[in-house]
Each structure stands twice: as C-alpha cells, then as structure tokens.
Design a protein around this ligand. Structure first.
Ligand code: KMH
Ligand code: ZN
Length: 286
C-alpha cells in the first residue's frame, strides 16, 4: 500500500510485537518461537527492528499454549538482560483456561498486561470474558500496579472499559488495543477503525492489531492516522501473500519502514512508557 500524504507531526509510533500467541503452531510456520530462549531472542530482534513493546505468551516444550509463571519468569528475565523493551504479558492465554491460569504471567512482574473487555466468538471457539472475570483481572492488575492494555475485539468492549472506570477498576485515559479481523469480532477495515477510534473514552491512546492478511494494511492505516500498531506471528504468519515471515521482526521492520516513509518517528521504549502511561520505570537488567 503506498504511503499517504504526510500529515501534521505525529507522536512517536509504538510498535508492539506479538511474538507467540496461543494458537499459531509449528505446523503452520517453523518460525514461531517456543522456548524462553527463542522467544527472548525474537523479542530482541523485534526491538532492533523498531518495536518498543512485546506482547508475550509462553509455550510448553511440546509447543502447546501455557501460562506457566515459571516460563514467563524465565522469558522475561532473558528479555530484560538484553533489552529495555516494554514487556506486556497476556492474561487472555488460550481459550478454555480459567482465570488463575490466565493470570500466571503476572508473577513475572511485567510492565503491562492485557485486559480483554468482553466475550467474543473466536473462530470455532468462544473466548469467554464475563463481567465478573473482567473485574477480577482488573483488580489483580491494580493490586500489582501493572498497567493494563484494554483488548477490544468489538465495539461494545469499549463501553465495558468505560464501565470498569466508572466502578473504579480502571484509570482513564488508558491504552486500548483495537483488535480487528478475528472471526467473530469486528471485521478489519478503515471504516471500522474510524468508528472504534471515535468511540474511545476521551484521551485514550490506541493500537490496531489486524488479524491474518489484514495485519499490515491495518497497521499502516493506524500509523497514518496517528495511532500505534501491533504486528507479529500471534496474529499473522505472512509477510506477503504466500511468503512466511521469518519471525515477527520482518513484520515490525515493514511497519517501521512505512513510518519512516511518512516521516513519523519510532518511539524508544522510554518514550513508549510515557505515551502509554506505563506506571513502572525502566527495569534494571538482571
Ligand atoms: N489467545 C486468545 C484466546 C490476549 O493475549 O490477551 C486471547 C488472546 C488475548 O491472545
Ligand atoms: Zn495474546
């Protein structure tokens, strides 16, 4: 997609690399990292390519999804030895996990964690986020002083975030990830993004995570609109039609290149902490 005309000066771009996920398999792509060492190495490559945040899941040695506190701790430690990139853990985990298991990554003392704000059909499955479960995870994040990233898979999830704030469980403005293109959630398109952005609680920052073939076009659109972008093998395994991305860093590099063409600077991890209102400062390398 060709870059659009340069607009006004925009704030530095935060690129999030979603490295692993719970669903992407080695059968689909040999490039999905599995061990803590592989995940950390990919995180460092993504940081070098221009990402200022990683969104993390972990895997058992056989490749199946895990939310093991020990695997998260090991992975986060390895990343922090090499990089000051923001570490955001998933509290979504995999479909079917209970809330305690989903919150396993919080034991690794991350900078941020996701907070999904509604139930959504997820392909053939259902990703369940009842109101009591959302409140439970929000309370756990608050107790641990971990900054949430709201995950909105559909428009009503933004209303749920506002309701959380009303009940004192979420500070606004917050950072919100607009996930578009999940089969069962809001579809991927510029019109959909415009509606979601127009529906955000006042002052919220936003990222777009496009799923599948929509990933790069939606990321480019977000860059042009002054939002932020999430890419990586969790959501999409292809760099272009039929060409597998060799890890998440080529996808990060594509978004970074698009920003460069538009004259939009990339956020450093320190700038990203400011932009996303991350409560915790830089972690000392272990
Ligand atoms: N794996 C999905 C069911 C998150 O990380 O917070 C949920 C997910 C969301 O990936
Ligand atoms: Zn995730």
């Amino acid at each position: 997609m060709p870059p659009r005309d340069k607009g006004p000066v925009m704030e530095p771009l935060v690129i999030t690399a979603a490295l692993v996920g719970a669903e992407t398999s080695r059968e689909q792509t040999p490039y999905v990292p599995v061990s803590p060492e592989e995940i950390a190495a990919d995180a460092v490559k993504c940081a070098k390519a221009g990402a200022s945040m990683v969104h993390l899941h972990v895997r058992n040695p056989d490749g199946s999804p895990s939310q093991s506190p020990d695997l998260f701790k090991k992975t986060v430690l390895l990343i922090r030895k090499e990089s000051d990139i923001i570490v955001q853990v998933s509290t979504g985990g995999a479909v079917g996990m209970g809330v305690d298991e989903r919150c396993g990554g919080l034991e690794a003392d991350p900078d941020m964690a996701t907070l999904s704000c509604g139930t959504v059909n997820f392909g053939d499955d259902v990703f369940i986020n009842s109101w009591p479960l959302i409140k439970d995870i929000a309370s756990r994040l608050r107790q641990r002083n971990i900054t949430p990233e709201i995950e909105a898979f559909d428009a009503g999830h933004l209303d749920t975030a506002a309701r959380l704030a009303k009940e004192g469980l979420l500070d606004l403005p917050a950072h919100i990830d607009l996930v578009v293109g999940v089969a069962g959630g809001i579809s991927a398109g510029e019109r959909q993004i415009e509606f979601l952005v127009g529906s955000l609680p006042k002052g919220c920052t936003w990222t777009v995570a496009g799923v599948g073939r929509h990933q790069l076009p939606m990321a480019y659109y977000a860059v042009e609109r002054g939002g932020h972008a999430r890419v990586g093998l969790e959501d999409n395994i292809y760099l272009s039609k039929g060409v597998l991305a060799e890890g998440s860093s080529p996808l990060v590099a594509a978004v970074a290149e698009h920003a460069r063409r538009l004259g939009r600077p990339l956020a450093t991890p320190a700038q990203a902490r400011q932009i996303l209102r991350v409560k915790r400062g830089l972690k000392a390398a272990a």
